[in-house]
Design a binder for this molecule. Sequence first.
Ligand code: COD
Ligand code: ZN
Length: 374
Amino acid sequence: MSTAGKVIKCKAAVLWEPNKPFSIEEIEVAPPKAKEVRIKILATGICRTDDHVIKGLMASRFPVIVGHEATGLVESIGEGVTTVKPGDKVIPLFMPQCRECNACRNPDGNLCIKSDITGRGVLDDGTTRFSCKGKPVYHFMNTSTFTEYTVVDEFAVAKINDAAPPEKVCLIGCGFSTGYGAAIKTGKVTPGSTCAVFGLGGVGLSVIMGCKSAGASRIIGIDLNKDKFEKAKAVGATDCISPKDSTKPISEVLSEMTGNTVGYSFEVIGRLDTMIDALASCHMNYGTSVVVGAPPSAKMLTYDPMLLFTGRTWKGCIFGGWKSRDDVPKIVNDFLAKKFDLDQLITHVLPFKKIQEGFELLYSGKSIRTVLTL
Ligand code: COD
Ligand code: ZN
């Protein structure tokens, strides 16, 4: 029996207030209105940003359904939707692409004006499609994927190849693309170049995969935790070093190791000191340094402007700089063409009801990515 046009009752992980565990509830999901899409979620990854909402570090209205890295199937569409149809395999997009704002119209832009970075928690028409126990439940970053069904605006969903395995390509919705794009799209790493990647978590590993795929001949991973080195080498790092192993500044260590040839450096930790270290580590004249890690909010940094005066380029990116609706389907096809491997990033797969266990794995540092299947 078709569910189109009807309210769907299903299970969702609801956060009623900050600093409380998820509560698996029966919720009601209203049908999609005009230019909206209702999606049955198949698999969803756990990202640190979801935890920022739990901890109250990121603005959000409560109760809320978080989760923003997923694969699903279109269940039904609202009036006027033309880019997806029921049955399509899709990835919801926390960074939308409306194709009309200045960032969308600029060939180099991707920070769409429709992205919900301020935590409005509603769809484009200003209302929510979720309710629980008679109360409205808010959306999260245009996506809300910790639920069996969600509703998104058409500008925040991309149709992907039907052959894509949902429990793997969900990572293309956030973590993987953020790192991979930082190297390929934002840094524009060139063949034969030398790259330095600061921070070897899941996003740093994805940066390494991007550098490798762009043809870098030397990729140096930097992390305080040497347990991270094995996997970094497995995904393409040629060398790994710990800043603790030398009394010299890390930029000097890298310069000596490479004969002063680091063309590209990436900060994938989210710390002010390592942002400066990464900048100083790329070549003083032709080097490019990319800030991937989200900086701590309301913190300023001081740096020697000579670092830039000599010619370096310092840039940052969100979602790797990709234009989400255009690029996500292509990245999925590149995965299917075996241009990179996502298995190295997925350390745990759990049923959706074990979501709390998935977050415990994140806190303990035991997981790179946990994927929940529905
Ligand atoms: N020097 C060297 N290594 C360090 C240091 C240091 N001073 N401090 C920590 N590290 C290492 C840790 O040992 C760890 O291995 C690594 O840095 C960080 O890895 P994780 O596993 O904590 O984190 P990731 O890879 O999952 O993500 C890290 C980011 C900073 C990239 C992430 O939190 C982030 O800010 N993402 C970008 C923001 C964004 O695009 N948001 C949009 C939606 S998510
Ligand atoms: Zn994320």
